[in-house]
Write a protein that binds this ligand. Structure first.
Ligand SMILES: Cc1cc2nc3c(=O)[nH]c(=O)nc-3n(C[C@H](O)[C@H](O)[C@H](O)COP(=O)(O)OP(=O)(O)OC[C@H]3O[C@@H](n4cnc5c(N)ncnc54)[C@H](O)[C@@H]3O)c2cc1C
Length: 451
């Protein structure tokens, strides 16, 4: 049985980083290999050639119910770089806004007054939604039938689905209501809106993700003695007698460790292992059944401020969220519009996507007329997250792989969460738990309790 303390982590996204933050303080000798020249994985930034600014590939938000992400940020001392938003602003194509904030009533009634005032739903629609929310809360948390069928069976109309359920779920799960299962739809509403007053509270980083999960984490790793190798892509894992012997890098270096944690996207994991090994185990073959969903973000720079609102949730619009990033250069104001589950934009081309979003912004905000638009940039992540289709958990692997000294992390593993930063951090903590268990060490779980 393996006893040593050398751990090799492959992948410097939040999952791999969370494993490192769990194990490093316990005295493990950790090497973290990241293929790119930056940390953060999908939650990262890039240098925009047009402005020289560090831009997030896409705005990332977390919610109050993300207890493991919050713990991770506290551990690293970066929690002060997240700004909680006490109110959410919902806007319709006519420019009308309904704010949502918690009042003094206990959960699940803390948002009832804001919901009652929402201008974009009739009283009849609100009553239908309230009834379905009640039934959803009582629904079996483990069953996962198609959610759209469930909604229709529980009295929901095309308008309540479009204007309420779809607005929340498409952004939270990066999937459209007709493709998702009940399990994660229920989780979004119960954990986010019904169980705890603070569950729905959205936090937005005040600095680019490249600083939040990049530079700050690099500093933390060097303080903790974690050896970081950027541009350190692993090409293959050598397997013998049901164990990983070494990780071979693209530079043909063989790196040996006692334990390996692979925290790459699932398609990369399959590419690292010998095919005869992955074909043998349902643990790996099931991964071929996971599907992914794209996200498009449109970055716009205007001459002059567009709105005083910090963000807007868009109802019945092409864009789903607008984030107001304020003055990015003297006289230049930066906003970002996010379209989740963006399959319907596929094939339109960047210019057409930009044209539609710019026209929508101009109709929503008088100050966003196209003659004040300075620059625009469209970014699409084609495989942004796995799709939470009905029954998806049957294909998501637990952290302990069939190989004795190989553990798996990533937002797509069996975390009980959809593909989010919270899911990624949880998976990293779960991988650390599993590794310690296999060593025979009895320690409390790294996974944090729910709100
Ligand atoms: C556009 C977009 C918007 C999103 N918005 C939100 C949001 O608002 N809120 C939220 O909670 N979540 C959001 N997410 C999801 C969130 O980004 C992910 O769930 C999370 O970052 C996944 O982390 P991870 O560590 O599991 O995977 P990744 O971030 O994909 O990390 C995997 C890492 O492995 C590295 N790697 C791959 N192959 C190799 C190799 N062979 N050798 C070494 N390294 C390798 C990759 O370079 C990468 O850094 C969004 C995702 C996208 C794409």
């Amino acid at each position: 049985m393996t006893r040593g303390d050398r751990v090799l982590i492959i992948g410097g996204g939040l999952a791999g980083l969370a494993t490192a933050t769990a194990l490093a303080p316990l005295g493990f000798k950790i090497t973290l290999l990241e293929a790119r020249q930056r940390l953060g994985g999908r939650a990262s930034s890039f240098q925009d050639a047009g402005s020289g600014q560090l831009l997030d590939t896409c705005q990332h938000v977390s919610m109050g119910c993300c207890t493991n992400l919050a713990h991770f940020c506290r551990t690293l001392g970066i929690d002060h770089l997240l700004a909680p938003q006490p109110s959410l602003y919902f806007m319709t194509p006519d420019g009308k806004v309904s704010p949502f904030h918690a009042d003094r009533l206990p959960a699940p009634l803390h948002l009832a007054r804001s919901f009652a005032r929402a201008h974009y739903l009739t009283w009849n629609e609100k009553a239908r939604i309230a009834y379905a929310l009640l039934r959803l809360r009582q629904a079996d948390a483990t069953s996962d039938p198609p959610f759209l069928d469930w909604l229709v069976r529980h009295g929901q109309t095309p308008r309540t689905i479009d204007r309420f359920w779809g607005v929340v779920l498409t952004s939270a799960l990066n999937e459209s209501p007709e493709r998702i299962g009940l399990r994660y739809a229920r989780k979004v509403f119960v954990d986010g809106f019904l169980r705890h007053r603070r569950g729905f509270e959205v936090s937005v980083p005040t600095v680019p993700l490249g600083r939040l999960y990049g530079e700050e984490l690099q500093r933390w790793c060097s303080r903790q003695g974690v050896e970081l190798r950027l541009n350190g892509a692993v090409r293959a894992l050598a397997i013998e007698d049901n164990r990983v012997l070494a990780a071979r890098t693209r530079q043909e270096e063989n790196l040996e460790a006692d334990w390996y944690v692979c925290a790459t996207p699932f398609d990369r994991l399959l590419g690292l292992l010998p095919q005869e090994a992955t074909d043998r185990h349902p643990y790996f073959t099931n991964l071929r059944r996971l599907e992914t969903s794209p996200i498009t973000s449109v970055h716009l720079w205007y001459r002059g401020a567009v709105t005083h609102l910090p963000h807007v949730v868009l109802v019945d619009c092409v864009g789903q969220w607008m984030f107001n990033r304020g003055e990015s250069a003297p006289g230049e104001f930066y906003v970002q519009i996010v379209v989740s589950a963006a399959r319907h934009l596929r094939g339109l081309g960047r210019d057409e996507i930009e044209r539609r979003i710019v026209a929508e912004m101009a109709s929503l905000f008088p100050a966003a007329s196209s003659d004040r638009l300075h620059r625009a940039r469209v970014v699409t992540e084609r495989a942004a997250t796995f799709s939470a289709v009905p029954g998806v958990d049957a294909w998501r692997p637990s952290p302990a792989s069939p190989f004795e000294n190989l553990f798996i992390a990533g937002d797509w593993t069996a975390t009980g969460w959809p593909a989010t930063m919270e899911g990624a951090v949880r998976s990293g903590y779960l991988a650390a738990d599993a590794l310690l268990r296999r060593m025979g060490r009895v320690t409390p779980s790294f996974v944090q309790p729910d709100l």
